[in-house]
Design a protein around this ligand. Structure first.
Ligand code: ATP
Ligand code: MG
Length: 445
């Protein structure tokens, strides 16, 4: 993409309404625009990162054997009456009447709808296990929408639902989700710690929340410092293996890590004092096992191998896709702007032309642009007639992890400059060498 042809409405001023850094930076970098309280338009740069996050979520869900689909945002109230949640859910649920005076709602979650789909089409244990998921907009009429996309009213969520014959099978699904979530967040450059949590209005027995540590997080968390040493890394896990998934769960949940809802001071105090941490965190996901809570009242039954009929065991598993943009920025920025992890960056590398209009510099930039594009990567070429300082400030603000700077002086010596956004370190090298380095960083070498 050439910047002169893109739509990147960066703001010079720091928006007064934004209280936390991720919200400020998303507004300043031209990623979002508020449409109403807690409701945002995703401008091109923000939309690109949102899509990258979605892609990682899709890939990791499908790696775990979960099946993508798409349910609507608007739902009929009838299903929610069956489960008893139409009245129970409270004012966070946006209730709407259609022209026939029928009760509708903008889905805050989809347990009822997926259970209805299941009961309409599945009646035998032979069709289990089954995990269906979608990535769809939700609406919750939050009392205090704030912090930009972190606590929106309309927000994008991945929600997945497992259907299993037995509790043991459903707990395997739970563990499988835990493993896939660890991978998902690490690919986004995040450490998200599974913490024992409270089930809230979804209801359930077993539940973990995934929290990214950040001072601006809304949850108070208590944990054993040893847990932050754990990395999932690039291990290959057989998602069908109960033992393998169980082992990961045990490894990542064996140390104390809880939200304030489940915190137990006495147990916490058994941890050696130097390892006890009280901090704040951003909830970026949650997994639940809730057994037959919906399948029983809604009659989602299957035939057992012995010929009986039983309600299926279920769980639901959410990832806050749009909230993740805020969480990543909270975890990765400096006073100049965002620092995108390579896994989610909107463009792989920025190209800064120090002297637009200089025949040699222009040609060198065009050549870099072509070579990087040919690798299957996306460069953002700042081809504006603008002074170098302004170009650097924009690149730093929007946070591309790598920048190649091209100027007539360097070109005389046959070099361009490759700069890491994270460390600020620059290295001079031949243009081909810079392309090779970029290729290597993104696994295209
Ligand atoms: P919270 O406690 O933050 O209100 P929740 O526990 O009610 O969230 P879940 O039902 O677990 O939310 O939804 C799954 C995920 O969706 C959450 O882990 C979170 O990342 C995200 N999410 C929930 N509410 C919002 C919101 N208002 N804005 C953005 N993301 C949200
Ligand atoms: Mg939650």
């Amino acid at each position: 993409m050439r910047l002169t042809r893109y739509f990147l409405p960066v703001l010079k001023e720091t928006p007064a309404e934004a209280q936390i850094v991720s919200h400020r930076l998303m507004l300043r970098a031209g990623m979002i625009k508020q449409a109403a309280a807690g409701i945002y338009s995703w401008l091109p740069l923000g939309y690109k990162v949102l899509k990258n996050i979605e892609t990682i979520v899709h890939e990791e869900q499908q790696r775990a054997g979960h099946i993508p689909m798409l349910m609507p945002t608007l739902q009929s109230a009838d299903l929610w009456r069956e489960s008893g949640r139409f009245d129970a859910y409270g004012p966070e649920m946006l209730r709407i009447k259609d022209r026939q005076d029928r009760d509708m709602l903008y889905g805050p979650t989809n347990e009822e709808m997926i259970t209805d789909i299941f009961r309409s089409h599945v009646s035998s244990y032979k069709d289990l296990p089954l995990t269906l998921y979608h990535i769809q907009w939700k609406f919750r009429d939050e009392m205090r929408p704030r912090f930009g996309v972190m606590r929106g009213r309309e927000f994008l969520m991945k929600d997945g639902y497992n259907f299993d014959l037995t509790k043991e099978d459903a707990l395997h699904a739970y563990n499988r989700h835990l493993v896939s979530y660890l991978r998902t967040y690490e690919r986004m450059g995040l450490q998200a710690i599974p913490m024992r949590a409270d089930s809230g209005p979804i209801g359930g027995d077993d539940t973990h929340e995934f929290l990214v540590l950040a001072e601006t997080g809304e949850s108070e968390v208590f944990y054993d410092a040893e847990i932050t040493d754990l990395k999932f890394g690039d291990r290959e896990i057989d998602y069908d293996s109960r033992e393998a998934c169980q082992a990961v769960l045990e490894e990542f949940t064996s140390r104390y890590a809880r939200t304030d809802e489940t915190h137990d001071e006495a147990v916490f105090n058994e941890i050696p004092e130097e390892r006890r941490r009280v901090a704040r965190g951003i909830e970026v996901g949650q997994i639940f096992y809730f057994g037959t809570k919906y399948s029983e009242p809604m009659g989602a039954m299957v035939q057992t191998p012995e010929g009986g009929r039983v309600p299926v065991h279920m769980g639901s598993h959410g990832i806050g896709v749009s909230r993740l943009l805020g969480a990543i920025i909270e975890a990765s920025h400096d006073d100049k702007g965002i620092i995108w992890p390579e896994g989610v960056t909107p463009f792989h590398v920025g190209i800064v032309n120090l002297k637009q209009g200089d025949a040699e510099a222009d040609a060198a930039c065009e050549s870099l642009y072509r070579q990087i594009t040919d690798l299957g990567l996306e460069p953002l070429y700042d081809d504006r007639e603008e002074r170098a300082g302004g170009k650097f400030a924009t690149m730093d603000l929007i946070g591309l992890p790598w920048r190649i700077t091209v100027g007539p002086r360097g070109l005389k010596n046959g070099v361009v400059e490759l700069t890491s956004r994270r460390t600020g370190e620059s290295e001079e090298m031949a243009p081909e060498a810079a392309v090779a380095r970029i290729a290597g960083i993104y696994g295209k070498g």
